[in-house]
Design a protein around this ligand. Structure first.
Ligand SMILES: Cc1cc2nc3c(=O)[nH]c(=O)nc-3n(C[C@H](O)[C@H](O)[C@H](O)COP(=O)(O)O)c2cc1C
Length: 197
């Protein structure tokens, strides 16, 4: 060896090439193939209440488009046709008048903790969400989750329905809710989801 300096240089080169080979570990690079949208909204649940079947297909379109879990909110005491014959002082009329009404839900969502985003679909009953949606929102801890609602109605606009629900879960991030007409197409729901999420 001509000089210790040359020896040190060779040793350093060897060390650097060994270090580069070790750090070129492809398993440490990101492998997720998630789309940008699913990255931002994470694991998603679509929970819906639909007594007469208008909201249900829209919730299904949303869940299918997002690859989300679909959950039907059903009442422990099912709503009969008489119960929803509105403007007859029926059960639904009385519940909607009573801010504290919390109709019980028949089944629970498993592992709610795992969901990052929860989309809740419901009809409008007397200008707002059915009280069973309040029961749903008070049944879990939604802190830190992203929440979004959409509804169907015969003609009423969204009105105060979303605001009233948002007040029940102040520690969540709420995205802008929307009202859809009965029979809204799959394409319209998908376009809205692209815009809102
Ligand atoms: C008790 C009750 C109250 C309702 N109140 C309203 C209302 O205030 N405005 C409106 O446009 N439609 C109202 N509707 C109609 C529903 O919002 C509409 O039919 C909705 O699409 C039903 O959804 P679903 O079939 O998923 O249950 C009411 C229906 C019921 C049963």
């Amino acid at each position: 060896m001509k000089s210790p300096a040359l020896f040190s240089t060779l040793l350093l080169a060897l060390f650097l090439s060994l270090f580069a080979a070790c750090s070129d570990d492809s398993s440490s690079s990101p492998t997720s193939e998630a789309t940008p949208a699913s990255k931002s909204r994470g694991k998603t649940l679509v929970a819906y209440f639909s007594r007469t079947g208008n909201t249900k297909p829209l919730a299904e379109y949303a869940a299918e488009y997002l690859g989300a879990t679909l959950f039907e909110i059903t009442a422990k005491i099912p709503y009969t046709d008489e119960d929803i014959a509105y403007y007859t002082d029926c059960r639904a009329d009385r519940e909607q008048k009573d801010e504290s009404a919390r109709p019980e839900i028949a089944t629970a969502v498993e592992n709610m903790d795992e969901y990052d985003t929860v989309i809740i679909a419901h009809p409008i009953w007397h200008g707002i969400a059915p009280r069973i949606i309040s029961t749903f929102l008070e049944s879990y801890d939604f802190s830190g989750k992203t929440l979004l609602t959409f509804c169907t109605s015969a003609s009423s606009p969204l009105g105060q329905s979303a605001k009233q629900l948002q007040e029940l879960t102040p520690n969540s991030t709420w995205l802008e809710s929307k009202r859809f007409a009965i029979g809204t197409s799959r394409e319209e729901i998908e376009k809205w989801l692209d815009d809102v999420l």
